[in-house]
Design a protein around this ligand. Structure first.
Ligand code: 1CP
Length: 356
């Protein structure tokens, strides 16, 4: 992007400072899925446009990314997209069915099906995400940093085998047992695509990256260490290597492995700056396990957003007190759910900022 306009100067960099372990003015807060169905203006826009049309049209993706920032005093934005754009770019059809979620009508059933995937050219089919990121950096006018993201290999493999979301991921888990060599091939293929994709996002202007290993919750500790950790490490190492070789500044990275509180120490050794926690993890125990040099993110139970405002305020304050002001980014322990009252977001954000 030789002739590209420089990006506006960042005014609120508390998120990036927290990620790097620097002093913050206030505890930064953002919310996973902060753009989405709990916002009436999102629902309104979705009536006019199909989900993936929103993802693929930079103006629409930016509009939706901006929606929560107009309402709440958040410290970060996250580009509107979905983890399933990678399976799409690899040649699988992905549909978004109302009330169901993502559906992949021709999933990967047997190892032979891996031949249907089209890694060549996948990155160019994702260029619309880069376009949205670059546009969003300008539209933000430096107000807060912009986070880019990806699904992690095991989580993407799960959706691609199951043909959508699954309560058990049993077909994908059966693959790990029955086709271990092909599982490695599959996970490596996804890892390669992910590294390309994250590099592209950084070049486009992403100031921080989050890797969602949301389906870690279906694996035992042993399986997590075998089927997630090596690929998560490869993503971080290869991305840093590539950016460094090209003299592109490395951005902070967050690993959110839902349900992997059994392996916090192992997660802290993978090179990520930030470890995201779900609500099953105690903040003080997490800090003891990861040590002082990792930033923690999380971890209010999304269900607490349905409590009355005083209770929510108290729970949030208590959480922030437990984590403390240094090396901490406040968030929920998973995505905000569609029926959440708007006022709960206001209470949460204000309580985080006032806690310390
Ligand atoms: O019709 C709609 O509008 C669908 C709702 C929706 C939204 C708002 C989906 C379908 N995806 C999204 C956006 C989205 N997805 C973001 C946007 C940025 C933000 O504001 O945070 C992000 C970060 C994601 C990531 C994502 N998609 C994850 C990882 C995070 C997590 O929640 O664990 C996963 C697992 C998905 C898959 C997915 N996409 C959509 C749904 C409903 C699901 C989950 C389906 C399931 O497993 O049951």
């Amino acid at each position: 992007m030789k002739d590209a306009k420089p990006f506006p100067v960042l005014k609120n960099d508390n998120l990036l400072r927290a990620a790097r372990g620097e002093v913050v003015d206030r505890v930064p807060v953002w919310v996973m899925r902060q753009a989405g169905r709990y916002l009436p203006e999102f629902q309104e826009l979705r009536k006019q446009h199909d989900f993936f049309t929103v993802c693929r049209t930079p103006e629409l993706a930016c509009e939706v990314t901006m929606q929560p920032l107009r309402r709440f005093d958040l410290d970060a934005s996250i580009i509107f997209s979905d983890i399933l754009v990678i399976p799409q770019a690899l040649g699988l059809t992905v549909e978004m069915h109302a009330g169901v979620g993502p559906v992949l009508p021709q999933p990967i059933v047997v190892p032979e099906d891996l031949k249907r995937l089209t890694p060549d050219g996948a990155l160019s089919r994702l260029s619309y995400v880069g376009d949205a990121i670059t546009m969003m950096r300008h539209k933000l006018e430096g107000r807060v940093p912009l986070i880019g993201f990806t699904g992690a290999p095991w989580t993407l493999m799960g959706y691609m085998i199951e043909g959508g979301g699954s309560k058990t991921m049993s077909k994908a888990k059966a693959w790990l047992n029955e086709h271990p060599e092909d599982s490695k091939l599959f996970l490596n293929l996804l890892t390669d695509a992910i590294v390309d994709y994250l590099e592209m996002q950084v070049k486009a202007g992403a100031q921080m990256l989050q890797v969602f290993e949301s389906s870690a919750e279906h694996l035992s500790k042993e399986q997590f260490l075998q089927w997630c950790v090596p690929y998560l490490k490869r993503i971080r190492d290869e991305l840093v290597d590539r950016l460094t070789k090209k003299a592109i500044p490395v951005v902070p990275m967050t690993l959110f492995a839902k349900g992997a509180g059994h392996s916090l120490k192992e997660q802290s050794e993978l090179g990520y700056d930030v470890i995201g926690l779900d609500w099953t993890v105690d903040p003080l125990e997490a800090r003891n396990l990861v040590g002082p040099n990792i930033t923690l993110q999380g971890n209010l139970d999304p269900q607490d957003m349905y409590r009355d405002p005083d209770e929510l305020r108290n729970l949030t304050t208590e959480m922030v007190h437990k984590f403390g002001k240094s090396r901490y980014i406040a968030n929920l322990g998973h995505g905000i759910t569609p029926q959440t009252p708007i006022t709960s977001m206001e209470v949460l954000v204000e309580a985080v900022h006032k806690a310390l």
